[in-house]
Unconditional design. Structure first.
Length: 187
């Protein structure tokens, strides 16, 4: 069964209410720019386990690890994924790393019972890959999940069928406060 896919131009993946938020990272333990920096600023407590995974080489390029997301005083049981799209922050991403990383992400998310995932276009931006190359891999590995894809490109790659593609304004999320049992979206 195909999940719902929402393409949000711009926006901030760290503000999503999805069960799993994907952080594209390198394996030298630095979160200094882009999505990784946004995660570091939103949740400074994620740095020690990420740095340890880099130091002991548990996290390798093309790999993925899941960690609990420190979401406030009571926690929500949400997770964040360290999706290793680069070796060093100075170097570009490799498409093979995106492919293997997304496959591992799908495996781990399924095992954790995750249904909703928010992610940036992995390997694009600072990784210098093209969305038209990466998008088919996202759909191949994560297409059965409900996805929020924070990408400037709203349209799918040419010839791609998306199943139940949904387009919504940036302010709305596929996973809004109603899904979390709250009255309405937060500030």
């Amino acid at each position: 069964m195909k999940g719902k896919h929402v393409y949000l131009p711009g926006g901030d993946v760290t503000r999503s209410r999805a069960q799993l938020l994907v952080n594209t990272v390198n394996v030298v333990g630095v979160m200094g720019a882009g999505v990784a920096l946004a995660f570091k600023k939103a949740w400074p407590a994620i740095m020690p386990p990420y740095k340890e995974a880099c130091r002991d080489k548990t996290l390798r390029p093309g790999g993925c690890l899941l960690f609990p997301l420190p979401d406030g005083p009571n926690g929500t049981g949400r997770l964040w994924a360290a999706l290793a799209t680069k070796e060093h922050w100075l170097n570009p991403s490799k498409l093979t790393w995106i492919d293997t990383g997304l496959a591992e992400l799908a495996r781990l998310a399924t095992a954790a019972g995750v249904r909703t995932i928010a992610l940036p276009p992995p390997g694009c931006g600072h990784g210098k890959l093209k969305w038209t190359q990466v998008h088919p891999l996202v759909l191949k590995h994560l297409g059965d999940f409900d996805l929020e894809i924070y990408a400037e490109q709203l349209a799918p790659a040419p010839g791609q069928a998306l199943g139940q593609q949904v387009r919504r304004p940036v302010q709305q999320s596929l996973f809004d406060a109603r899904d979390a049992g709250e009255e309405g979206p937060g500030p």
